[in-house]
Design a protein. Structure first.
Length: 148
């Protein structure tokens, strides 16, 4: 039974990654809007109220620059991973009475896919959460990147 569960999770992860790869076309459109970290530093950083947030974001932006990834791309990918894993779980467990199984599949697949993304970008869980919170709770950041 354990082999079946592992195989199922592996198939879901592959599907989740396929969903992410299909979004590459969307990523190219973002670059055309020039949502670069340079413009983020120039336009958004000065508007942040807390100096500690500006310092932390500067460090993270420098790291993302090394990976050729903008903050907006990073946050969008975070949301895409979650959305694709949600879609996979919903397809497998579509009914409300299947909520427990749905959440288990979503969480397991998300954990695998998210850890892989963090390894690829060399970003810690804590820093990824910081970037997502900055996007989610600061209207200037959200307006700059667009709503996901």
């Amino acid at each position: 039974m354990n082999k079946i569960s592992f195989t199922f999770l592996l198939l879901l992860l592959i599907s989740c990654q396929n969903e992410k790869q299909n979004s590459i076309v969307k990523e190219n459109k973002i670059v055309e809007k020039d949502l670069s970290n340079y413009n983020f530093r120039k336009i958004i950083l000065p508007k942040l109220k807390h100096e500690t947030d500006r310092k932390k974001l500067t460090i993270l932006l420098n790291h993302l620059d090394e990976k050729h990834l903008s903050l907006c791309d990073f946050v969008r990918r975070e949301f895409e991973i979650d959305d694709s894993c949600f879609a996979i779980a919903k397809e497998k467990y579509p009914y409300p009475e299947m909520q427990v199984e749905f959440m288990e599949v979503h969480d397991n697949v998300y954990e695998i896919a998210h850890k892989k993304f963090l390894r690829q970008t060399n970003v810690t869980e804590h820093d990824a959460l910081f970037l997502t919170v900055a996007y989610s709770f600061d209207e200037n950041v959200k307006n700059f990147c667009g709503k996901y």
